[in-house]
Design a protein around this ligand. Sequence first.
Ligand SMILES: Cc1cc2nc3c(=O)[nH]c(=O)nc-3n(C[C@H](O)[C@H](O)[C@H](O)COP(=O)(O)OP(=O)(O)OC[C@H]3O[C@@H](n4cnc5c(N)ncnc54)[C@H](O)[C@@H]3O)c2cc1C
Length: 379
Amino acid sequence: MNKSEPFDLVILGGGCAGLSLAYRLAQHDDAPRTLIIDPRIEYTNDRTWCGWPVTAHPFQGDVRARWHTLTLHTDQASTTVESRRYPYEMLEAERFYTRTLTAIDDHPCIARVQARALNVEDREEGVTVTLDNGETVQARFGVDTRPHPKPLAPPWLWQDFAGINVQADNMPRHAELMDFRIGENPQDGIDFLYVLPYSPDQALFEWTRFGRPPTSPTTLEQRLEAHLNERFGQGHWQALRRETGTLPMAPPTRTDGRSMAVTGAYGGAMRAATGYAFHAIQRWADQCAKALLAGQPPVGASTGRILLQLDRIFMSTLAQHPERAPEFYRLLFEKAPTDRLIRFLSGVPSVRDTLSVMNALPWAPLIGSTLRCALPERA
Ligand SMILES: Cc1cc2nc3c(=O)[nH]c(=O)nc-3n(C[C@H](O)[C@H](O)[C@H](O)COP(=O)(O)OP(=O)(O)OC[C@H]3O[C@@H](n4cnc5c(N)ncnc54)[C@H](O)[C@@H]3O)c2cc1C
């Protein structure tokens, strides 16, 4: 493909969001002329995406495992919930990358370049992107999925995690969404363990922390290893694969420009109060591809103002009362109707879903946070 001619679309970042969009376009012979810019040299099995498939997505055939029941543990009690309609699902990045890259690389109108976008000029008539290899690319429209880290203002928190796919005997039989029994000092951060057994002797274990400032994933990895030694015995478990991550539990830092739509985990596709992004990215990719195939400008991702405000109140409550976080989460799952809660956490609740979830929360601390959230945000 001739890269010196202007493209119809340039996608900055070929990760989950960029490839999800390009994969949809690649299903059409008349796809817009598209260039994906990403500095990655290789695509590895670098992450595992989990969540609830409240809406269908094209990667359902690649799902590695599904769980209909999920348990939450606190020092006080345990709660198990079941959903036949929305099983929690796990998809490994490797399968997603293989499927999307195969389709994209087979399409005559979609190309990839291994480079970093340095500068973007976003004008009414189109975008111009300068790459770190010295080239300049022009396109009618752009989609920006690049991460844009910045310090988080209260009440928002960082979500840090370290995960290990473990092989061992005596694996738990049920998925544990949040096990808070591992946390020590809640003022340092809200810690919990996440366990997804996907075969009789294998499971993904993840040590997660919500806190500010971010905690080094190495620290969490060491804690997870100490936990695994205690649980299975030193030398009695094997690490098959490792992953770490740091995600901003915060609203997006940027909004759509003139010809550039913003999306991805840092661009409004991630639910601030949970860190879930994969399924929201799939919904965004459907909408954005539909617009582009109809000859319209790309659309950006958005959580919606009401959900963002509810997230802010919830995060403010967590920040004020970290010691109450475990029971907050457990009671939410115990009291709210499960499918309604799943739709709420997935960012697609009906009004009744939202009211049911709000009704399940303890109101006294939330009222204080609601009043605090009415005040302007502090840096
Ligand atoms: C280890 C891990 C596990 C996760 N697990 C889950 C989960 O279970 N469920 C869930 O819903 N979410 C999960 N997430 C959160 C979220 O779904 C992922 O981060 C997802 O990959 C976000 O997609 P994205 O396209 O925004 O970012 P990415 O997939 O990270 O893609 C961004 C791309 O931008 C590229 N880039 C960076 N700088 C530039 C530049 N200057 N120019 C061009 N390209 C650039 C990067 O190389 C990268 O390929 C997880 C995240 C991580 C890190």
